[in-house]
Design a protein around this ligand. Sequence first.
Ligand code: ATP
Ligand code: MG
Length: 584
Amino acid sequence: MAAAETPAPTNFIRNIIDEHNKNGRFDGRVVTRFPPEPNGYLHIGHAKSICLNFGLARDYQGRCHLRFDDTNPAKEEQEYIDSIMDDVRWLGFDWGEHLYYASNYFDQLYEFALKLIRGGKAYVDDLSAEEIRAHRGTLTEPGKDSPYRGRSVEENLELFTGMKDGQFPDGSRVLRAKIDMAHPNLVMRDPTLYRIRRVIHHRTGDKWCIYPMYDFTHCISDSIEQITHSICTLEFEDNRALYDWVLNQLEVYHPQQIEFARLNLEFAVMSKRKLLELVKDGHVDGWDDPRMLTIRGMRRRGFTPASVRLFCERIGVGKKESWIDMYWLEKAVRDDLNPKVPRVMGVLDPIKVVLTNYPEDQEEFFEAPFFPDDPPAMGSRKVPFCRELLVERDDFMEVPAKKFWRLAPGREVRLRWAYFITCDEVIKDADGNIVELRCTYDPATKGGDAPDGRKVKGTLHWVSARHGVPATVRLYDRLFTVPNPDADKTRDYKEFLNPESRVDMPGAVLEPVLAEAEPDTRYQFERKGYFYVDPADSAPGKPVFNRIVTLRDSWAKIVEAAKREAAAQARAAKKKKKQQKNKG
Ligand code: ATP
Ligand code: MG
């Protein structure tokens, strides 16, 4: 199991556990579980839950179970089960021998249902789904008893056994808990426990034609596995009453359910339905598209498990719904990669530089450390230099803007590790496009410093045009252009897809050492960001680089503007309301 990167900050869940450990409620045991439904790929929200559950188990010397909540057979597939296990392991967590399936408990669940019926606590209802809904009442009105609510224990036992034995068509009857149709908590108005569905289950085959509902299954699974703290998201707060009711009626071991606020991340969507839609409609290149905040996608993008854990630790857990700015995820990635990743040079959108005073047949090699902040420790490589070089097109401006300190006509800049150069002449093609810069270098500045102490403001990265290697480079960025693509309910979230979330750089040329870059390794291209050698698309000698993240946050202004606009809209709406009120 992964070690904590920083001492885990305390939170309300830890306080509850500490209290239990003090009062002996669970004899000092801590057993949590991560219970995914195998109906989709895991995403960054699940990562929060995984880090929380496995992290608590690690810190309290307890254990965390992986339990597939597979009670909804029509939607579940083996592919998802395999990917979920792989993704949890990738995150650095291990359930050991504690892998479970809710479907393993179908026999026990059935016995527990019989026990409830015998105790007069459950009944078979013949109402249709719509009728049940209509009988349910509302927050302000009590529900109505079903006419079948008064059935005898014997009749209920016979009918429920009949349901199991396939005597009734799908949807014709359900088993319901007998609680209170006037209960102020709607969840407690005789919730359904079992329904009839003739579907093949991926693990139990055609053994069952009745399947238990989530609320019945989950608490009993927790109880069977001797879970101590059953941690779930806030929308299950109302369901806690039912969780406790079922276990109390059955008089079995009773874990504590605790709710926390789910992760909401700006510039992302996280619902399984939307993620599926993005994949199916081809807005992204599959579940592992580097722009998707699925764990698959983050892996393919080049995020490290440590960076995802760091993010989850930093955002913490609370009881209040909130939105996390994408900046924090990207910052965790930068903070994790910065000390770990070697620095190299690559020119993504090149323009040619010819050094007119550098001999045609000469070349030299500069020893450049992979970790300039700690050169001896981490090694170096030789960077070739010659008369023809490539620099970034946007590192040159013919008419330099204010505060642009890089190359311009007549201006001197430093080439990283090499020499000072001065731009003498701009060569254009017939259409007026700049195709070449003619420069002179100062041999006295070898290594990048002037002996006379003269300073330059700009330092450029560069690649030798003769020695550089062309490579496939893909720049990935946020998938949406606005912080909350779901905010405006009159518009589709897909209208806010970022057309520049993937930009290919067909002209990119990298320093030669990168020709042999191994798949699944990472580099910082100086001034351009962190890059990952894509394990799926790279071939020997032909690495494909995915940009993981830029070096600095370029979205802050956009976020600020969006927030200002939202605030202005809210003010305008308030003003309008006030005016209408004054009129009326
Ligand atoms: P759905 O409700 O669409 O089926 P889900 O996101 O609830 O999907 P599950 O497979 O049921 O998916 O989730 C497994 C666990 O992950 C649950 O315990 C759930 O609370 C947790 N989880 C899911 N989304 C988030 C999120 N955004 N933040 C924190 N935890 C989450
Ligand atoms: Mg769920």
